[in-house]
Write a new protein. Structure first.
Length: 138
């Protein structure tokens, strides 16, 4: 039986497209066209352990120096709850999502409202919006 390559498999972001047609172009340097597309590409990068892309797609004013991968954590599904702004003519966007994971084999969920902004003409992740509605990293 032939082994499938990463580009032939379904994209981790959950859109139902092959990785090569979905998030791979972003990971290879082609900027996502919307805040939601960037969010999906960041989720896929986390799922594929592409730490360099995660950091590159983070705003330089809020980006950590490094991220610590966790060998026991596997991202296994993504749901977009709501997406506002973040389009062609927008300067900011907000994407609320639920990311499903397994940590040491136990299932869990991460729910976040994320703020995205344009930086040098490209969408970047700014940070989470806190539960009280204030913006983190300001």
């Amino acid at each position: 039986m032939a082994r499938r390559t990463k580009t032939e498999t379904a994209c981790p972001c959950g859109r139902g497209l092959p990785y090569a047609e979905c998030c791979a172009p972003a990971h290879e340097g082609h900027p996502p066209a919307s805040a939601e597309a960037l969010m999906r590409s960041r989720y896929s990068a986390f799922a594929l352990d592409d730490d360099a892309y995660v950091l590159k797609s983070w705003h330089p004013d809020t980006r950590p120096a490094a991220i610590e991968p966790d060998a026991h954590l596997r991202w296994v599904g993504l749901e977009i709850i709501e997406s506002t702004g973040g389009g062609l003519f927008d300067a900011e966007g907000v994407v609320e999502f639920r990311a499903h994971y397994r940590d040491h084999g136990k299932p869990g969920d991460l729910v976040e409202r994320s703020r995205f902004v344009r930086h040098d003409g490209q969408w970047v992740y700014w940070g989470p919006i806190l539960t009280d509605g204030s913006l983190a990293n300001i």
